[in-house]
Ligand binder design. Structure first.
Ligand SMILES: Cc1ncc(COP(=O)(O)O)c(C=O)c1O
Length: 476
């Protein structure tokens, strides 16, 4: 069923402005068929959990490419690296500071490690309705206010490509003897052109994860964990064997090997990519109602972004008569373009070295045509993006099982303790975390996002009408 569905889909000719970064490009990729490369730990093929031979060589090559002391191959995405790193950099019950816009894998790590998470809430950019950078001052203030913080975790770049001042944040963390871990899942391509922001570990982060599959020509689930911190190397190795499969796919590992060789040996790929992005942004300057965040948008310096990734294309429809979701539908139905993500008032198109000049032209011309048919609204639609105050927390997420849980309609859950996560996925940033009190704002956000067609998931359901929660007195 799934296999046939994929075969049929490939015949449809829809162009992928989404992950994986290889874009199924026959022009860039080559190599043997997946089945033929599907080996296991037979003689001479090393072992990911204790690499000494050919896998070690790929790790060394990756470390050299990213200019770090240690690179570990990840075969279940950045997710496995995030779980392993958080567990390696903390002891059970420690206090950490994390950006509220971290990916769900960070929240899962916090829960598994019983951590006390203090949140840094980034500003929301008023024009694009997306989270802006985390500021060094914010982190410094939280470090002053909270004793004995072991670890700070931020996402840079974010799903939307927003980068924080990692250098200054790392200096502040180190002043307070805290480590800095950067979720750089969307920044695997940063080392390959000076037009991209600088890589986190190079400018002071103690560790970072990069998802090769998101922005480079590599198969889905491939990623790297990068660190210069030898003091945690053994703990990392041990935790990677907890959170990663004991049967790592040789197809995925060889895809990492190929990807690194390809990008190291082919400067032209990145030069052409940057030039295509520039041509695209030039064309988008003629848009009058839709607003594109890309390399040519001069107004971006007025925003609360420290920096951003020019490879991410964000198209805002905020002042028009169409929502982000409707824009995505028009692109798919009329122009055969599938984008990465549609939110209330914007879409994300993901690009990579595997996108052709023609594909950028296809996207820019589609946007120009749609722009002509859009109507500018005098008054903005109600902004449904993440404009929230943090819910009050009663207990740590790891303590959720200490409550007598009951399933209750979201409408009736006011002032109860949530025992599950609710997030719009993507981007997978929670509206509520287990242990937090459900307030009016949370209920309103769940309802509004669901009504506007955004995929809202709870831990157990899509489009949650009901939620597992408890009264405060129902602690077991
Ligand atoms: C910011 C961020 N971090 C981490 C992840 C997890 O990465 P992976 O899918 O490689 O496990 C994602 C996935 O979308 C993400 O957006």
């Amino acid at each position: 069923m799934l296999y046939d569905k994929i075969k049929d889909y490939l015949k449809s000719g829809i162009y992928p402005f989404h992950m994986p970064g290889h874009k199924r490009s026959k022009a860039v990729l080559d190599g043997v068929l997946p089945y033929e490369a599907d080996l296991t730990e037979i003689n001479g093929f090393d072992n990911l959990q204790n690499p000494e031979g050919c896998i070690k060589e790929v790790e060394k090559k990756a470390a050299q490419t990213y200019g770090v002391g240690n690179a570990f191959l990840l075969v279940n995405g950045a997710t496995g690296g995030i779980l392993s790193t958080v567990r390696s950099m903390t002891n059970y019950g420690d206090t950490i500071i994390m950006a509220r816009n971290c990916h769900k894998s960070v929240y899962n790590a916090v829960e598994l490690c019983g951590l006390n998470a203090v949140y840094a809430l980034p500003d929301v950019d008023s024009e694009f309705g997306i989270f802006a950078s985390i500021s060094p001052k914010q982190i410094e203030k939280l470090l002053y206010e909270n004793n004995n913080v072991k670890l700070v975790i931020i996402t840079s770049p974010t799903y939307e490509g927003i980068v924080s001042d990692v250098k200054s944040i790392s200096e502040i963390c180190h002043k307070f003897s805290a480590k800095l871990f950067v979720d750089e899942a969307h920044g695997a391509h940063f080392p390959f052109s000076d037009k991209f922001p600088c890589e986190a570990v190079k400018i002071g982060a103690d560790a970072a994860v990069v998802s090769l599959h998101k922005t480079l020509p590599s198969l889905t689930q491939t990623a790297l964990l990068l660190t210069n911190d030898n003091s945690i190397a053994d703990r990392l190795k041990s935790n990677l064997s907890v959170f990663q499969t004991s049967s790592p796919s040789y197809i995925l590992m060889s895809s990492i090997d190929r990807c690194i060789d390809l990008i190291n040996s082919n400067n032209i790929l990145f030069n052409e990519y940057i030039s295509n992005l520039k041509i695209f942004s030039e064309k988008c300057k003629s848009l009058s109602k839709l607003n594109v965040m890309c390399c040519g948008n001069d107004s971006l310096s007025n925003h609360r972004f420290y920096d951003f990734d020019i490879g991410k294309i964000i198209v805002s429809s905020v002042n028009t008569n169409i929502t982000g979701k409707e824009l995505a539908n028009i692109l798919r139905d009329k122009y055969k373009i599938e984008i990465e993500m549609a939110y209330t008032d914007y879409i994300i198109a993901m690009t990579s070295v595997c996108d052709t000049k023609d594909s950028f032209i296809l996207l820019s011309e589609a946007l120009l045509e749609i722009d002509k048919t859009c109507i500018r609204l005098e008054k903005n639609r109600k902004n449904l993006n993440y404009l929230y105050q943090l819910p009050e927390r009663k207990v740590k997420s790891s303590e959720k099982y200490k409550f007598k849980s009951r399933k209750i309609s979201v409408n009736n859950s006011l002032n109860m303790v949530s025992l599950e996560y609710v997030w719009a996925y993507p981007p997978g940033i929670p509206l509520i975390v287990p242990g937090e009190i459900i307030n009016k704002n949370t209920i309103m956000q769940i309802k509004n996002l669901t009504q506007s067609g955004i995929n809202v998931h709870s831990t157990y359901n899509k489009l949650p009408n009901e939620i597992y929660a408890a009264d405060l007195i129902d602690k077991i």
